[in-house]
Design a protein. Structure first.
Length: 208
């Protein structure tokens, strides 16, 4: 499904770029104005249009960790690995995350918690000390120019980072519970993934 969506977005980018080029050529031939008067105007329009339709966040991995909470095995921490579909800058400081379990809807905000993985384990990383159930953070896995930690941006399709979320106490997950996680970038395509808690056969699990 992810590959198909990526192909569709790429085709949409090419189609709209071709359309804009065609409109500009036609306006030059007919003498009618389109509001595009210079090459700079055209490049700006193409850039804005492409940004709007191609800010697509790929989800590469989804993990959770079970903890013993009041005598029950419940998932308290989740980590969702993301990367940009194409090489373009995504300002993650403007990303909003919504959690919905069917009864509760919670909005999480970003307050600058982004750190490199280094030699830490994902679920034992010190960044978790800054997460309280109302915010989220990033653990950078691969980012050659350090754009995520330094500038709150993913800017290359090879950038990979885990969004890390400590679930609110009233939304921790026991087996078979589901949570919809929706990513709202400042521009572009909203992405929703449904996480279903499997049997706690292991402490760290992968959501299907």
């Amino acid at each position: 499904m992810g590959k198909l969506t990526g192909i569709m977005v790429t085709l949409a980018i090419l189609s709209i770029s071709s359309l804009l080029i065609g409109v500009t050529i036609a306006s030059n031939i007919t003498g009618e104005t389109t509001g595009i008067t210079t090459e700079e105007d055209f490049e700006k329009m193409v850039s804005e249009t492409v940004d709007e339709i191609s800010t697509y966040i790929q989800i590469r991995d989804q993990k959770g960790k079970y903890y013993n909470i009041n005598g029950e095995q419940r998932i308290e921490k989740i980590a969702i690995m993301i990367s940009p579909l194409v090489s373009q800058e995504i300002d993650v400081s403007k990303l909003t995350i919504q959690l919905c379990d069917g009864d509760i809807v919670r909005i999480l905000t970003y307050d600058g918690n982004a750190e490199h993985l280094d030699s830490n384990s994902v679920f034992e990383h010190p960044i978790w000390n800054n997460l309280n159930g109302n915010n989220y953070g990033f653990i950078s896995i691969s980012d050659s120019d350090g754009s995520l930690v330094d500038n709150n941006a993913l800017n290359d399709y090879s950038d990979n980072a885990y969004i890390v979320i400590r679930l609110p106490s009233d939304m921790t997950m026991e087996k078979y519970d589901k949570i919809a996680v929706t990513l709202f970038p400042a521009t572009g395509i909203t992405r929703t993934t449904i996480l279903e808690a499997p049997l706690p056969m292991k402490q760290i699990i992968t959501f299907e």
